[in-house]
Structure formats: structure tokens, C-alpha cells
Design a protein around this ligand. Structure first.
Ligand SMILES: Cc1cc2nc3c(=O)[nH]c(=O)nc-3n(C[C@H](O)[C@H](O)[C@H](O)COP(=O)(O)OP(=O)(O)OC[C@H]3O[C@@H](n4cnc5c(N)ncnc54)[C@H](O)[C@@H]3O)c2cc1C
Length: 390
């Protein structure tokens, strides 16, 4: 049986970052994935992901976001490929809507985080938004936060680049390998069995995204809830394209319902097109049972509830849509902790819809933990114990 220092189970956003950082540190690492990432079956496809540094989901994330931006730049320098596009992001809301949506206090926390961590930003009045970003039809009772260093990441290229770098630094990466069982041994080693082979390691990182429940006792399953998400691409009408030139990305909590929140960024496929989605956790599903079809009615409903009357000059007929999966924790926060039942297995489930931007730094954190037994990042807010299960 082949033995490694670390085996990474799942090579998506988190696993690819971990494999890269581990290999770079000289660790003997094996990465296993059932597919060949980047792929369209998990949480990391659909071109791009929004990134920002003042994190509205909580101060605990900011050190990850700040460091991740540095690492994306380091990877760009090493590969020569552009990954991080700092086109800026504008976040718009009224005080009332900011408290009403599922991401309660998103805008207020974003502003507070920017002040606390000295992140460059501006607060804008409706008149200032109309003058600088005329494509956003802000209401008089709303205000905006603008972060010039925010933007989007080419998510699939980020994964691809990190896997290539991991291999360059000596990682053994194997695709088409479905991990069936992770088996801690009496001597502290951990065996990992795929359909083809069994491997052994001193430590295992479990980064299986929306499939993570296969490796957890059912009592934990409701804490790792895969949910179906839909991304939509919309064309900007010819007459209004000038108003969208150099548009920043956006996030917009706008109503009274928990899911009155949408966000968007430029399409990578076509110049006068924006990709957008609503921010909600939706009905629980399983990766293999998810309805991957998006109906015209679903597209029309998205347009009616979100961009209509808020974004200027969009063609209401959604050009295309794609489904993707969140793994949502009940409190919308990350889970990064020792596996509750398996010794020397570290569980990393940083999704709930906002994990990608941090993934490069999460890879670094995981490499520190695996090689030194400790990390410079504060991961105490992400422990499973907050759910009080026995
Ligand atoms: C629609 C959508 C929009 C999002 N928008 C943003 C955003 O704007 N900004 C942001 O920061 N984040 C965003 N996120 C969240 C972000 O994309 C996720 O946090 C991130 O992709 C999660 O990565 P992961 O590595 O956990 O999962 P994945 O990338 O899905 O990786 C899991 C991997 O594990 C493999 N695997 C699973 N089980 C096994 C097994 N038994 N054997 C072998 N391999 C296995 C899978 O094949 C897969 O490759 C969004 C997510 C979605 C779905």
C-alpha cells in the first residue's frame, strides 16, 4: 500500500488549494477526485465567483480574504494567467432590507469590516451611485458601499492552475477515483479506499464539497445541506451598453423576504452580458438527485423578482442558466474542524455560498495544520461544537 504524509479527498476549490500548498511545502501529498476538476457537478463551476475583502458574513473571514488576494496574485505571477479581476464591487441596500434578508446585516457588517481592517472603500448616496454607476437603479431610501479592490475570480481557472502547480511541485493527483471509505487505523494512520486501490496517510483532508455527508454519521447530515442554486446570464440591450461600461460587480439585498438578495458580475463568455444569481439556500437536495434543468418559468421569475426595475437595460429573456450546489450550514457559516468521529481527518466545508474567495488562503491554513499541527489563522469560529450535537 502506498503511504503519503497527507491525502486530500476532493480536489475542487478547497482541495486544489490544499494540494498546491502542501506540495509547495515539500509534503508528500496524494489528491483524489471522483471527477476531473474543474468540472460541472459540484460547487465550483459557472465561470466566476465574486470576491471582496470586507466580508459581510463576519470579521472572522477577513484575514482569509486578505491573504487569498495575495495568493491569487502569487499564482498569477507563477502561471502567467489572470485569475483575479479587481473591477470593484458595489453593494446596495436600505437599512430595512439589510436586516430582512437571510444575510442579516450584510451591508452594515461589510462597512464595519472595512473600517476595522482598513480596507479601501467609499459609502455612496443614491445620487452618487446614479452619477457613477447609472446601470444600478438605486432607490432614494437605499445607500451603497463601494470597494474598489473587490471583483471576481475566474473560479475554474483558479482550480485548474492550482492543480497544475500542485503537480509541478510533486503532488500525486489521481482523477476518476471515487473514495468509498476513510478508515482510521489503530496506529494513527488513515487508510483511504477507492474503487481501484487503498492508500494510507498520516493525515487526511476531507474536502468533498456537497458529497461530504457520505463520510459523516447521519446525525450530522442536516448541518451539511446541499441546496440547488441557479446562475443566469442576461444580455444588456444595445441602447444601454454604454451605461454598463466598466460596471463593477454588485450585491443587492433589496426586499422584505429572506431571499430578496441578488448579486452579479460580468459574463466571461460575451462582452455585453452579466451573470447573476439570487442568494438563498433553497430546498435541500443531493448532488445525484438535483434537477439540472432550468425552466423558462424559473428564469422569468428570477428576472421579475430581482433585476427588473433595479438594473438598467437588461433583455428580460435569460440567455442561459446553470445549476450549481451550495453545502449550507444552518447558520450560513463555514465548518472547518477535526472530523467528529475520525482521528487525523480534518473536515473542511467552507461553502454556504461564500467560500470560493477564501479558498486560496484556506489551502494555506490546511497546509499549516497538516505540517505543523497549528495554523496562524483563527479557525475557532468554524468548529462543529457550535451545533451542540452529542
Ligand atoms: C451558484 C454558486 C455561486 C457561488 N458564488 C460565490 C461567490 O460569488 N463568491 C464566493 O466566494 N463563493 C461563492 N460560492 C461558494 C463557492 O463556490 C464554494 O464555497 C466552493 O466552490 C466550495 O468548494 P469545495 O471544494 O468545498 O467543493 P467542490 O468544488 O464541489 O469540490 C468537492 C470535490 O470533491 C470531490 N468528491 C466528492 N466526493 C468524492 C468522493 N467520494 N471521492 C472522490 N472525490 C470526491 C468532487 O468530485 C469535487 O471535485 C458559490 C457557490 C455556488 C454553488
Amino acid at each position: 500500500m502506498q503511504h503519503y504524509d497527507v491525502i486530500v479527498v476532493g480536489l475542487g476549490a478547497m482541495g486544489s488549494a490544499a494540494a498546491f500548498q502542501l506540495a509547495k511545502s515539500g509534503t508528500k501529498v496524494l489528491g483524489l477526485d471522483q471527477h476531473t476538476p474543474p468540472h460541472i457537478h459540484g460547487s465550483t463551476h459557472g465561470e466566476s465567483r465574486l470576491t471582496r475583502q470586507a466580508i459581510g458574513e463576519g470579521f472572522a473571514y477577513v484575514p482569509f480574504a486578505l491573504r487569498a488576494h495575495e495568493i491569487w496574485r502569487e499564482i498569477e505571477a507563477e502561471t502567467g494567467e489572470k485569475l483575479l479581476n479587481e473591477i470593484g464591487a458595489v453593494m446596495i441596500s436600505s437599512d430595512q432590507s439589510d436586516q430582512a434578508t437571510a444575510k442579516k446585516g450584510f451591508l452594515a457588517t461589510t462597512e464595519a469590516a472595512a473600517k476595522k481592517f482598513d480596507i479601501q472603500h467609499e459609502m455612496l448616496t443614491p445620487a452618487e451611485v446614479r452619477s457613477r454607476f447609472p446601470n444600478f437603479l438605486i432607490s432614494d431610501n437605499e445607500h451603497a458601499y463601494f470597494e474598489p479592490g473587490a471583483g471576481y475570480l475566474r473560479a475554474e481557472q483558479c482550480v485548474d492552475n492550482q492543480l497544475k502547480l500542485a503537480e509541478k511541485y510533486g503532488a500525486d493527483l489521481r482523477y476518476g477515483q471515487v473514495v468509498g471509505e476513510i478508515m482510521p487505523q489503530a496506529d494513527g494512520a488513515v487508510n483511504v479506499r477507492t474503487q481501484q486501490e487503498t492508500f494510507s496517510a498520516a493525515k487526511v483532508i476531507l474536502s468533498a464539497g456537497p458529497w461530504v455527508r457520505s463520510f459523516l454519521h447521519p446525525k450530522w447530515h442536516d448541518i451539511f445541506q446541499p441546496t440547488r442554486q441557479v446562475l443566469h446570464w442576461l444580455d444588456i440591450e444595445k441602447d444601454h451598453q454604454s451605461a454598463w461600461e466598466n460596471s463593477p460587480a454588485f450585491a443587492w439585498p433589496h426586499g422584505e423576504e429572506p431571499d430578496d438578495f441578488f448579486y452579479g458580475m460580468p459574463s466571461l463568455a460575451a462582452p455585453h452580458q452579466f451573470k447573476m444569481a439570487s442568494e438563498f439556500y433553497g430546498a435541500p437536495t443531493l448532488p445525484e438527485e438535483t434537477n439540472r434543468e432550468v425552466s423558462r418559468a424559473e428564469q422569468d421569475e428570477f428576472f421579475r423578482r430581482h433585476p427588473k426595475d433595479r438594473l438598467l437595460g437588461l433583455n428580460p429573456n435569460v440567455v442561459r442558466s446553470a445549476t450549481c450546489l451550495y453545502t449550507a450550514a444552518p447558520d450560513g457559516q463555514f465548518i472547518m474542524d477535526d472530523h467528529p468521529d475520525m482521528e487525523n481527518v480534518f473536515l473542511v466545508s467552507p461553502c454556504s455560498g461564500h467560500g470560493f474567495k477564501h479558498s486560496a488562503a484556506i489551502g494555506e491554513m490546511l497546509a499549516q495544520l497538516m505540517t505543523k499541527g497549528e495554523t496562524s489563522y483563527d479557525i475557532s469560529p468554524f468548529k462543529l461544537s457550535r451545533f451542540n450535537r452529542v
